[in-house]
Write a protein that binds this ligand. Structure first.
Ligand code: ADP
Ligand code: MG
Length: 485
């Protein structure tokens, strides 16, 4: 129902009540909403309590966007509920806590609504307690393994490295929350289409925090979900530490905390760096190892589903201090659920980057029910990334003589190419990035030139798989005695 005036809402909690509000109420703008959130908080005594906050939200988009998550069954977190049917309607709202962060997989279908609010709160408390105990147990075990005495009581891991070690199924919710609360933002280091990335400090260590734009909740949820996939961790996949969503007042903040890599994205790194052939091969090998790990499914009860990235590009690959790369930005990724023989596509409006789109994506012929098709599209994009790297490799030449850094198709399409621009070049004219003649004279560049051509082949099934590229590079390494890792 829509009222022609603002509505009065219950308001409680310091951040939710506007200054000067009286009687614990606030009034929304026209078409605004009342909300209620329930959040886990940790008391000074180390206990877990549930904290309820209520207040006013602005009208659509900036406010109600946050509440939409509650309407998508068992896929989105339920920290917030909204209403607008009558004054003080949020008094009866009792949002349930998300449990999705404490498990490898999102929770199964939600139980039917209806139990008493007190029962819900009790159930949520139990979940929080179990998560807390699991975290304590996990940390004690790790400390014992490392030969350290367990501190009492361990509320959170002591270092980012410790936080990010493990199977990849993610830390329990409470521990992630604790990490998120202890973060101090330092400076903004990158902006993508879906959020802003910050360098932050966590207990003296540097970490990266991606703050998603309020409208990009689906990207945050998908990326968090993917990072918590069982066996996701790999040295060439960005290391996940924690995720948190804070939904109070008239804003929602969605955070994703990961390892920080000071060299930044491959795109930024290649602007200035010039690689020698061993460095190029090691870098290429690391990217393809990361992609082969994502694409691979590992069978068994604790197995890993295959994951296709769908936005492979040099801006979504980070360079580590050891010269290896880590694949990042999983806001668009899809998983293949082998038991159900089903592609798990995120309810997400996001699409990949036009410049890196495979011909079948541009021609809109990709079969979305065929998981292999997504992997093949990733391989096309990988071919373009290999090309970007090779241009910056000096194999005998002086550093100034190598090709300057360039984006793929930089000379064929405008800076922000439209779908049609890309279609004309990649599908209609079947153009691919040019391979300079000097590459043929250097074994490493020659080998990579041959591989990239087989990655960006027009016909998807003809393209190499990530595993095949990885094995070929490993063989090149033994044949030419080049150190890859
Ligand atoms: P978006 O989803 O908005 O594209 P990304 O995850 O791709 O966000 O990050 C945007 C940019 O921020 C990257 O291109 C990179 O320059 C920088 N960045 C992201 N994560 C890190 C990190 N862990 N360490 C250093 N820089 C990072
Ligand atoms: Mg990105």
């Amino acid at each position: 129902m829509r009222l022609s005036r603002g509505i009065v809402c219950e308001c409680s909690g310091a951040s939710a009540c506007p200054d000067g509000s009286n009687n614990g109420t606030c009034t929304t703008q026209v078409n605004g909403y009342c909300f209620a959130t329930v959040e886990e908080v940790e008391t000074e005594a180390g206990l877990v309590e549930l904290e309820r906050t209520a207040g006013c939200l602005p009208p659509d988009e900036s406010g109600f966007m946050q509440c939409k998550s509650s309407q998508v069954p068992h896929r989105h977190p339920k920290v917030i509920e909204c209403c607008n049917e009558s004054d003080l309607c949020n008094r009866r709202l009792q949002p349930r806590l998300p449990t999705y962060l404490s498990d490898a997989e999102p929770a199964g279908p939600e139980p039917a609504r209806g139990p008493q609010p007190s029962l819900l709160v009790a159930a949520a408390l139990c979940v929080a307690l179990v998560a807390f105990l699991a975290a304590a147990l996990l940390l004690c075990r790790r400390r014992r393994r490392a030969g350290k005495r367990p501190p009492s009581p361990p509320a959170a891991p002591r270092s980012a490295a410790e936080a990010s070690s493990g199977s990849g199924s993610g830390l329990p919710l409470l521990v992630q929350r604790t990490v998120a609360k202890q973060i101090q933002m330092v400076e903004s280091i990158g902006k993508g289409r879906y959020g802003e990335v910050w360098l932050a400090r966590w207990r003296g260590e540097r970490v990266a925090v991606k703050v998603f734009f309020t409208t990009e909740e689906a990207s945050w949820f998908r990326e968090t979900e993917i990072y918590q996939t069982v066996l996701m961790r790999h040295e060439n996949v960005l290391g996940f530490i924690a995720a948190d969503i804070k939904g109070t007042g008239s804003w929602t903040q969605m955070l994703l905390i990961t390892d920080y890599h000071e060299r930044g994205s491959l795109h930024d790194y290649l602007q200035a760096a010039v690689l020698d052939p061993p460095a190029l091969l090691a870098m290429a090998y690391s990217v393809v190892s990361g992609l082969a790990h994502l694409h691979m499914d590992i069978f068994g009860t604790k197995g890993k589903p295959a994951i296709a990235h769908r936005d492979i590009k040099s801006k979504n690959i980070l360079v580590k201090r050891n010269g290896q790369c880590a694949i990042a930005d999983f806001g668009l990724a899809v998983r293949f659920v082998a038991e159900r023989d089903e592609v798990d596509i995120a309810p997400n409006t996001r699409v990949g980057t036009r410049r890196y789109m495979a011909p079948e994506v541009l021609a809109e012929t990709l079969q979305v029910t065929d998981f292999e098709a997504f992997k093949m599209a990733d391989m096309y994009s990988l071919g373009l990334v290999l090309w970007e790297m090779c241009r910056r490799c000096a194999a005998g030449e002086r550093a100034q003589q190598v090709e300057p850094y360039a984006l793929p198709y930089h000379d064929a399409v405008p800076p922000d190419p439209s779908f049609d621009d890309m279609h004309a070049v990649v599908v209609a004219r079947r153009m691919r990035p040019p391979v300079p003649s000097r590459w043929a004279r250097a074994p490493a560049l020659g080998a990579l030139a041959a591989l990239m051509a087989e990655c960006w082949h027009h016909n998807p099934p003809v393209r190499l798989t990530a595993l095949r590229v990885k094995k070929t590079l490993a063989k090149f390494h033994t044949d030419c005695d080049v150190k890859l890792v």
